[in-house]
Design a protein around this ligand. Structure first.
Ligand code: MTE
Length: 331
């Protein structure tokens, strides 16, 4: 059996890379007109040419209030990736392994009603309806650099609040050392579950102090709107100093444990995907270098890559969490 991998770089270039600039700009204008309800006839002529991008655009989502974050490091000054790119170039294997699959297939995900169950080593276990979770704390906008293990990156304005807000309320016991995130596995609605590429459900984990770090975000939205299904609706994790796969999508369970959780990618290929998965340009993936990255949407296919930064540029905020650890062994 081939080693499972989420390395599919260059196989499926995104719209902004394969579309000539003028056509791309014109299409953006069409999208704008479409949103304003004025482009009906013209759009018909485009059907098929840009079928994926047009058909999968989730349309207008309810606005999510979000003030600027006061958390140090939560607002990147870099230009955000376009919404179009961020919502059509995704990893969400429950909906297929092609980058375009989640945008094409995730409309089947049913996000209401939705509950997240908190269990394990906490004083206050229980089920939380998504509406209650949304209201639990003030929403903030956070512009985070995201770096995927595959060697590409994006800059995304997320909306949510620090996971620590929820963790404090459920009161972890002294014996709780880790937090496990279990995501939805619904065979009827997720066509990717038919494949054995990963052991479902998709599970991720953090050490309790990583989960409590103010940068760790429980996200409900992006670009000021509710999350599109393909980006992990209705609630996902965002851990900006780690490779993207740590950011579990469509979470249904948060479990506090004493032992390190067995995570989906670590189970699939332990020599390639460690528990920590901190962005580290000095530790190569066994099959490719992690020293550089390609910023989605910003550069052409042949543009120079940029250097990856230790902890994805968040070293000042999170470096102390790993003081004294051998990050070559604990990758
Ligand atoms: N969560 C679930 N449930 N299933 C997945 O396949 N893929 C991960 C992560 N969370 C994944 C997931 C990977 S590999 C990445 S890079 C990010 O989601 C991608 O998030 P994005 O599509 O919003 O950029």
């Amino acid at each position: 059996m081939p080693i499972p991998s989420c390395h599919r770089e260059f196989q499926h270039p995104i719209a902004s890379e394969i579309t000539p600039r003028a056509v791309y700009e014109e299409r953006r204008e069409l999208l704008r007109l479409w949103a304003a309800g004025a482009a009906g006839a013209t759009l018909a002529a485009w059907a098929g040419r840009e079928a994926l991008a047009e058909a999968t655009r989730p349309g207008k989502l309810a606005a999510l209030p979000g003030g600027a974050s006061a958390v140090a490091g939560a607002m990147s000054l870099e230009k955000p990736t376009s919404y179009q790119d961020a919502s059509t170039y995704n990893n969400f294997y429950e909906f297929g392994t092609d980058k375009a699959d989640p945008a094409r297939n995730a409309h089947t995900l049913k996000t209401t009603p939705w509950t997240v169950e908190v269990e394990g080593l906490v004083k206050k276990p229980g089920k939380h309806g998504i509406e209650d979770l949304l209201r639990l704390s003030a929403q903030e906008e956070r512009i985070y650099r995201m770096r995927c293990v595959e060697g590409w990156s994006m800059v995304i304005p997320w909306v949510g609040y620090s996971l620590a807000e929820l963790i404090r309320r459920v009161e972890p016991l002294g014996s709780a050392k880790y937090v496990e995130f279990v995501t939805l596995a619904d065979k009827a609605r997720m066509p990717g579950l038919g494949s054995r590429v990963l052991d479902w459900p998709y599970v991720e984990g953090l050490r309790l102090d990583e989960a409590m770090h103010p940068l760790t975000l429980l996200a409900f939205g992006m670009y000021g709107e509710l999350l599109p299904n393909q980006n992990g609706a209705p609630v996902r994790l965002v851990v900006p100093w780690k490779y993207g796969f740590k950011s579990a999508k469509s979470i249904v369970k948060i479990r506090f444990t004493e032992k390190e959780p067995a995570t989906a990618w670590n189970k699939a290929a332990p020599q390639e995907y460690g528990f920590y998965s901190n962005v580290n340009p000095m530790v190569d993936h066994p099959r490719w270098s992690q020293a550089t990255e390609r910023r989605i949407g910003e550069d052409g296919l042949f543009a120079k890559k940029r250097k990856s930064l230790m902890f994805n540029g968040y070293e000042a905020q999170v470096g102390q969490l790993y003081a004294g650890m051998d990050l070559k062994k604990l990758f």
